[in-house]
Design a protein around this ligand. Structure first.
Ligand code: HEC
Ligand code: HEC
Length: 156
């Protein structure tokens, strides 16, 4: 046993810890959000936007990126509460993950898109070929490139 475990422990220790930690973002677990926010795209993890962004998105569902995504007032309030409580600045993420996502957005900015955030652009700049962008059709189409995105994995 010992002979097996030692090399394994060494191999794990050699993995960059940050890479491991960054690969998963808690997926949406809230039933209302999973019901109402997956009709047109995946349920984007709450931790990818600050609370004020979710508030802004959820307060104008009638004009939702060119679509009407209106839902009942009861669902809207439930979903807003869930997204805000799990937002990037709500204390639900590790300090490292939170600061990574919030880097470069000042208090007067309320980005509506994950794909507009500076960290997102940095991660994707130069990492994706034009053919891949064309195939995905939109930067918001996370699942086109991250096949396990719905389970919170964005590492491949
Ligand atoms: C009727 C269709 C529809 C529904 C329902 C819908 N959305 Fe969207 N959503 C869109 C479209 C269209 C876009 C823009 C996609 C693009 O740019 O490719 C979008 C984009 C987004 C984005 C920005 C993604 C990015 O980083 O570019 C967020 C955040 C978002 N939606 C949240 C939600 C939430 C939360 C719900 C549930 C309350 C929801 N959506 C329900 C159609 C919808
Ligand atoms: C056209 C393909 C494509 C689309 C669309 C795309 N990504 Fe990526 N993403 C990549 C590539 C390529 C990388 C860099 C290589 C890697 O880390 O896997 C990357 C990296 C990432 C990382 C860093 C992973 C890590 O381990 O640090 C995250 C997080 C991420 N993307 C999230 C998203 C989210 C959220 C969306 C949708 C709003 C999205 N991506 C849309 C291709 C894409």
């Amino acid at each position: 046993m010992k002979r097996l475990i030692a090399p394994l422990a060494l191999a794990l220790a050699a993995l960059p810890f940050a890479a491991l930690a960054q690969e998963r973002m808690a997926p949406v677990t809230d039933p209302a959000t999973l019901t109402d926010c997956t009709e047109c795209h995946m349920a984007f993890p709450a931790g990818f936007l600050p609370a004020r962004s979710w508030q802004a998105v959820m307060s104008d569902l009638k004009n939702h990126f060119g679509e009407n995504a209106t839902i009942s007032e009861e669902s809207r309030l439930k979903i807003t509460a869930y997204l805000v409580a799990n937002a990037a600045d709500a204390g639900a993420l590790s300090a490292r993950a939170s600061s990574r996502i919030l880097t470069g957005i000042t208090a007067d900015m309320t980005p509506l898109r994950i794909s507009d955030l500076p960290w997102w652009k940095r991660e994707h700049n130069g990492e994706v070929s034009q053919a891949e962008w064309d195939r995905a059709k939109s930067p918001a189409n996370c699942v086109a490139c991250h096949r396990d995105a719905e389970r919170g994995f964005f590492g491949d």
